[in-house]
Write a protein that binds this ligand. Structure first.
Ligand code: MRU
Length: 358
């Protein structure tokens, strides 16, 4: 399975080469594959805010490289370059405030900076740290795929219909994906008949990105309107909902793309199992419950416009782009440290004490 999964890495969203960060512009997909190059942290922060790059892990990795670019620039300017970097940390952290992976990656870069700041090769050491963050995410994806596939196999065996939401694949991570990694793995083991993909209004991560990733690999995929999910569960034999996460609280509540919560409620009603797949870098044990996580709201135009044309009435808009799924609606959280069935505070604390499995 490992080899087949690594083949899915043909799609990459992030490349670090020639001293610059290269991002596949996800706003243009699937129509066009356009790469943009960034050489300063300000540009990277703007790219994250504008969703050139998106997905919790991909945002964290990009921010780590953005910090390397900032350090290079600040050091060249002379003076107290380490203190000057505070503004870059803030700009990158504020670009998409909900994803725990973003603050996790920046904290890791800050810890490294504190340790290496006096060394003549400080810049090279910071770059190595960003590369390590990127690489460890790839490895985490592999471990999670193996664990997630084992759970699906254990519960129902072959020929399953899975439902997913948003995009959690190669475009959203440093490897081939979290939830989509499990789905890829289950398909490669002959366990998946069809993957249903919520279109994921308003930004359409499902219909534009996830469907594109799956179709590229000839995995049978059907796009459905988000509002069709309950009907699908009732009529299409959905066995599992498999989603990612942007933040997981200490009690196991999961913050993910808007619409995830209603999927979990609906899944519970229909007896459909609900799996969350996320690296431990998504878990914030400093946050007691999902209700304490700041949920990003985005522009009204995301809801009012279609293809750049205004179609909605000129009224007030509420556009939160994440919601909170309570832990008691979740069957299992899969991480690279292991799995947590029926998550709660004690089980999450035990998980976080474990070492990575790879
Ligand atoms: O707004 P986005 O596209 O960045 O939201 C992404 C999601 O909600 C994903 O489900 C989540 O980040 C997991 S991706 C590994």
């Amino acid at each position: 399975m490992r080899e087949r999964l690594l083949a899915a890495e043909k799609v990459r969203a992030i490349e670090w080469r020639d001293g610059a960060l290269h991002l596949l512009d996800q706003r243009a997909l699937p129509a066009e594959q356009k790469w943009l190059a960034y050489t300063d942290a300000h540009g990277v922060a703007e790219a994250i805010a504008a969703m050139v790059v998106r997905g919790a892990q991909a945002i964290g990795i990009s921010a780590a490289y953005g910090l390397v670019l900032a350090a290079r620039q600040r050091q060249a300017q002379g003076g107290d370059w380490v203190a000057a970097l505070d503004a870059d940390f803030d700009a990158l952290a504020g670009a998409r405030p909900t994803a725990t992976n973003l603050s996790w990656a920046l904290n890791r870069m800050r810890e490294r900076l504190v340790r290496v700041r006096q060394q003549p090769d400080a810049l090279a050491l910071l770059e190595a740290e960003a590369v390590a963050i990127h690489e460890s995410d790839r490895e985490a994806n592999l471990t999670m795929a193996q664990l997630g596939v084992d759970i699906i196999r254990r519960h129902q065996g072959n020929m399953q219909a899975l439902l997913t939401h948003c995009n959690t694949g190669a475009l959203a991570t440093g490897g081939f994906g979290t939830a989509l990694g499990v789905i890829r793995g289950a398909f490669s083991e002959g366990m998946v008949e069809r993957v249903f993909v919520d279109e994921t209004r308003p930004w359409l991560q499902g219909s534009r990105l996830t469907a594109w990733e799956l179709a590229n690999e000839q995995i049978p995929v059907t796009i459905n309107a988000d509002s069709a999910a309950a009907h699908l569960m009732k009529t299409k034999g959905i066995t599992w909902v498999v989603v990612g996460a942007d933040s997981i609280a200490a009690n196991g509540d999961v913050v993910n793309k808007i619409g995830t919560y209603q999927l979990a409620v609906t899944a519970m009603h229909h007896g459909v199992r609900f799996m969350v797949v996320a690296a431990s870098s998504t878990i914030d044990m400093g946050v007691a419950s999902g209700d304490d996580v700041y949920l990003e709201e985005r522009a009204a135009s995301e809801l009012l416009d279609v293809g750049g044309q205004r179609v909605g009435a000129d009224v007030e808009v509420f556009n939160p782009v994440f919601d909170v799924t309570p832990a008691d609606l979740i069957d299992v959280i899969v991480t690279e440290k292991g799995i947590v069935e029926r998550p709660d505070t004690a089980k999450m604390a035990q998980l976080m004490c474990r070492k990575r499995l790879h």
